[in-house]
Design a binder for this molecule. Structure first.
Ligand code: HEC
Length: 154
């Protein structure tokens, strides 16, 4: 009986999820991928703050942020980007449909970010100079993709 009730709860949760997704197309995928992006920007904020001198450099904290960022850019999030889940289908998203039309372009941008995040992971804990050097390409990798594949925000 307990098992049966637990099964019902799971089914109810699944149904609730499906209903939300139906109300606004791809709402859950969009929410999840935006969450991953925000997580990245929190890690980048620590590294960028240290690079700018707004946060005192701390090798351990820098390494942790860089490790977190590297992990966040390597997880498989491909299921969170179904075709048609762009801004025109759901205004909660700022993704442009161009993302799906230009597979090579988006692949290049993603690769650039992975390389920059790997370089940051190698440099962040070694000293402030190394962190600063790795910061440029990393910031450019994020903004390069946003400029190409997101609705302009200003
Ligand atoms: C390969 C392309 C690409 C790269 C690289 C990329 N982003 Fe994004 N980012 C996007 C897209 C597309 C969106 C819009 C997602 C949506 O709203 O559906 C987005 C949205 C965001 C958002 C807004 C999330 C929200 O709540 O609406 C933040 C913050 C963000 N990215 C941070 C970053 C940071 C930091 C990096 C670099 C470490 C990064 N992104 C790298 C494509 C990218």
């Amino acid at each position: 009986m307990k098992k049966f009730l637990a099964g019902l709860t799971v089914a109810a949760i699944a149904l609730a999820g499906a209903a939300t997704a139906q109300d606004a197309p791809f709402a859950r995928e969009i929410k999840a991928r935006q969450g991953i992006m925000v997580y990245r920007s929190i890690q980048l904020g620590v590294l960028g703050g240290m690079a700018k001198g707004e946060i005192e450099y701390d090798a351990e904290a820098a390494q942790k942020a860089a490790d977190n960022l590297a992990a966040a850019v390597t997880i498989d999030a491909s299921m969170l980007w179904p075709m048609g889940s762009d801004n025109s289908a759901n205004p909660a998203s700022t993704a442009l449909a161009k993302m799906w039309e230009d597979g090579a372009g988006i692949g290049d941008k993603a690769r650039a970010m992975n390389e920059a995040a790997t370089a940051m992971q190698a440099a962040a804990g070694t000293g402030l100079d190394g962190l600063k050097t790795a910061m440029g390409p990393l910031g450019e990798a994020c903004s390069g993709c946003h400029k190409a594949f997101r609705v302009p925000t200003n």
